[in-house]
Design a protein around this ligand. Structure first.
Ligand code: ADP
Length: 401
């Protein structure tokens, strides 16, 4: 079975064609600048990479070009479109409506549409991606994998804010969480790697640290809490996002800067985080080199990030009554040894010891960096959200065949 996984952004569309027999991508690529001048597609298959420049006025044109690349006799991966058995779509927001992936029907499309206001930048593009695929492949089963479905199992005490309760019932203001597909994948892989049944009380804290970062507490294979909240702005500080701050700062700053709420939120989203603190960059590689050259603010930004993540790890261990495993994933989690050191060192009182040598020089793939005498396993696990979407899609598509 071959599954096409689509991740549509506002002006981009990433794809992978996954052969479920091997769970390997046999082709992958992305369309960029959809709807803009100079749009192009980068496509990789059979060890070859090609860049195809072509006008893409909309997502339908992007999907058409993607399918043409997949069946191309020189750089394609399949002979005909009929070889695509199902399509899995990454969708950002279900508004808490689903705790698992679902076959796309009119009702699912209504749920997607009714949650646009919670993810105004991404959700309309996700919907366009689905509609474009449906128009070109009307008889192929389509599946939606929602970014926050994994977090739908959080208990009320974790997802209701201490605001007037009516704001939850009337306006759906609550913690939703994001990166759920990644947290689900790496927590599941951790259980598999350690040979434990996750439903047997396994407690894992997953640190998805990338451009956007979030941390989740997963008990018995289910998410019980996560750091991002109503939007992806909450939680730990990120590349350019501030994470949790005292909301009263916004009113105070509005007076000082003489700006309105939407400009303040833009500052919180785009000009804050480690970039705002350091004044150097949002990229941790730049921060590390600036810090090693003596840049105090770059060093401080890294420390703030590590300290904040560490506090979440401690609080989630408290929330779950302990922890069996800590997982690091995504760009920073997989590659930045200093951040992992800041988060997981000096936690001996919780039974966490990391092997500094293994942490500094991890092997590729899943890497165990647990130190001697540690009661808690510490793992680096490369995330693979596309594979989760493909697995769910294959499973659901079988039920309609
Ligand atoms: P996205 O949220 O865009 O998927 P990623 O998970 O790919 O982000 O993470 C991207 C970030 O990871 C970069 O901005 C950078 O800060 C960090 N990163 C990537 N590679 C390295 C590295 N080798 N060392 C340190 N940080 C890295």
């Amino acid at each position: 079975m071959k599954v096409l996984v689509i991740n549509a952004g506002s002006s981009s569309l990433k794809y992978q064609l996954i052969d479920m027999a091997t769970e390997q991508a046999i082709a992958k690529g992305g369309c960029e600048r959809i709807g803009l001048e100079g749009s192009f597609l980068k496509h990789k298959a059979n060890g070859k990479e090609v860049t195809i420049t072509s006008p893409m006025p909309d997502h339908k044109a992007a999907i058409e070009l993607t399918l043409a690349a997949l069946v191309d006799e020189n750089h394609g991966a399949i002979k005909s479109m009929d070889e695509i058995d199902a399509v899995g779509h990454r969708i950002v927001h279900s508004g808490g409506a689903y705790d698992c992936s679902v076959l796309i029907d009119d009702e699912v499309m209504d749920v997607c549409a009714s949650n646009i206001e919670f993810a105004p930048l991404h959700q309309p593009a996700n919907i366009m991606g689905v509609n474009a695929c449906k128009a070109i492949m009307p008889n192929v089963p389509m599946v939606a994998t929602f970014d926050n479905a994994f977090h739908a199992t959080m208990p009320e005490k974790a997802f209701i804010f201490a605001l007037p309760y009516e704001y939850y019932t009337d306006y759906k203001i609550r913690r939703y969480g994001f990166h759920g597909t990644s947290h689900r994948f790496v927590s599941g892989e951790a259980a598999k790697y350690l040979g434990v049944n996750p439903e047997n009380g396994f407690k894992v804290i997953t640190c998805h640290l990338g451009n956007g970062s979030s941390i989740a507490a997963v008990k018995n294979g289910k998410c019980v809490d996560t750091s991002m909240s109503f939007t992806p702005l909450g939680g730990v500080p990120m590349g350019t996002r501030c994470g949790d701050i005292d909301p009263a700062i916004l009113e105070y700053l509005a007076g000082k800067l003489n700006v309105g709420i939407s400009e303040l939120i833009t500052i919180c989203n785009k000009k804050s985080g480690v970039s705002g603190v350091s004044g150097v960059s949002s990229d941790f590689r730049d921060l590390s080199s600036a810090a090693s050259e003596g840049n105090h603010r770059a060093a401080l930004a890294l420390e703030i990030f590590g300290y904040s993540c560490k506090k979440y790890v401690g609080s989630y261990a408290a929330a779950m009554g302990g922890v069996d495993c800590i997982v690091f994933t995504a760009g920073i989690g997989e590659h930045d040894a200093y951040v992992r050191h800041m988060v997981a060192s000096e936690l001996e009182y919780m039974g966490v010891v990391i092997d500094e040598e293994k942490n500094a020089h991890p092997t590729s793939g899943i890497c165990d960096i647990t130190g001697e005498g540690s009661r808690v396993k510490v793992l680096i696990i490369p995330t693979n959200e596309e594979l989760v979407i493909a697995r769910d899609t294959a499973e659901l598509a079988k039920s309609v065949k």
